[in-house]
Design a protein around this ligand. Structure first.
Ligand code: PLP
Length: 374
């Protein structure tokens, strides 16, 4: 099947670019002496995970227990569930831990170790638990210089049915970097804060088996990973318009687009409407604050992937509005014309769809399922 035969809107995944992105990140992280544990929240897809992990050590980071169940049932049994655990999920997590070679959880709450330990004791399982650290993002995590940063690991290490897995952070604030130099500052900080905390914990006789860090921007920019055991970037496998603007990749590295059709043309206002609206693209605002204030909701490409220098300027549920067309281009875009949109944030775009249409050498060669839900 070729791109003009696929019903729209539809996700198109350029598998050659996925392979290239996977290989580059694997090489980069291995050269720096760390283990790559990719975050699969970006794609939620077993076939993509197989491309980004080696058969010998297929370890992953997941963002939902639904992902964990789906991947564990398909042979990925070394998992880190990278959202803080809460009591309502203890039962499901314990059940899953029985299926896994290793399921690591994380917490930043001083009350959780005792509660989780009791649940694990009753079920007679032993659970791995990380301390989640805040390295500046201020979303979750304990700040490294607080007493909780020492107290929580101690409580985990002393609990009969828990193992202290180590310390884990995510520099999500790196997405606000305005230059490569600023990004490097965030990247070094993410690494150094964690290496220092690990040393301080070890100095109080708490063994720290794993120092885990990572986001796509910081792992793409960091110069070395001394003292870090594992890296957990996720978005790098597809990249997107935001990452290319930020400087983590080039536009030609972006692997995911949304195939769409023109459904309306307005010659008075020189605009066309496409059938990729907010549900197909997501409403992520993109790089508005970091150098591309007019990024809209995605860049419009032709079927071959050439940038037409147009943006999806506004969205409603099933409509995307593409404005300010020059005369020649407007004349080309008839109702039914196929286009592709490179969206701002590939993780959110992918999560709107049931499957990827896999593009290889210009043809759709396969369909890969996306595991959504919680
Ligand atoms: C805890 C955690 N680790 C790793 C990642 C991967 O980051 P990125 O998508 O920038 O690669 C995320 C992304 O949200 C995350 O929340």
């Amino acid at each position: 099947m070729n791109l003009s035969e696929l019903p729209t809107p539809a996700l198109v995944l350029d598998v050659e670019r996925v392979r290239r992105n996977a290989e580059r990140m694997q090489t980069r992280v291995s050269r720096m002496g760390a283990h790559l544990r990719p975050h699969i929240k970006t794609h939620k897809c077993v076939e993509v995970a197989r491309l980004q992990t080696s058969a010998q050590s297929p370890s992953l980071t997941v963002s939902t227990l639904a992902e964990a169940r789906w991947f564990a049932a398909r042979g990925f049994t070394d998992l880190t569930y990278a959202v803080p655990i809460e009591p309502g999920k203890f039962e499901a997590a314990i059940e899953l831990a029985r299926e896994c070679e290793r399921l690591a959880l994380l917490t930043d709450d001083a009350g959780i170790p005792a509660e989780l330990n009791e649940a694990a004791r009753v079920e007679n399982v032993k659970l791995d638990l990380f301390l989640k650290v805040d390295c500046g993002y201020h979303r979750c995590g304990v700040e490294p210089e607080t007493k909780e940063a020492f107290e929580i690991p101690r409580r985990i290490a002393d609990a009969s049915h828990l193992r202290f897995a180590g310390i884990l952070t995510h520099a999500g604030h790196s997405y606000h970097s305005r230059s490569l130099e600023e990004l490097r500052v965030f990247a070094r900080h993410e690494r150094d804060v964690m290496v220092e905390l690990a040393a301080a914990l070890r100095a109080t006789s708490i063994p720290v088996p794993v120092v885990s860090i990572g986001s796509t921007p910081t792992i793409s920019a960091v110069e070395h990973l001394e003292g870090v055991d594992e890296a957990r970037p996720g978005n790098y496998i597809f990249f997107d318009a935001f990452q290319a603007t930020l400087g983590s990749c080039r536009f030609e590295d972006c692997a995911l687009t949304v195939l769409t059709s023109v459904v309306h043309r307005d010659s008075t206002r020189r605009k066309v409407v496409i059938d990729a609206g907010a549900i197909a693209l997501s409403k992520d605002r993109g790089a508005v604050d970091i150098g591309d204030p007019d990024c809209g909701y995605g860049r419009v490409l032709d079927l071959e992937g050439r940038d037409l220098d147009l943006r999806v300027g506004s969205l409603s549920q099933e409509h995307g509005i593409v404005e300010t067309l020059d005369g020649a281009l407007f004349d080309r875009l008839k109702v039914g014309t196929r286009l592709r949109v490179l969206a701002n944030h590939s993780c959110l775009t992918a999560a709107q769809h049931p499957h990827y249409n896999v593009l290889d050498a210009g043809l759709i060669v396969d369909r890969w399922l996306i595991q959504r839900g919680w």
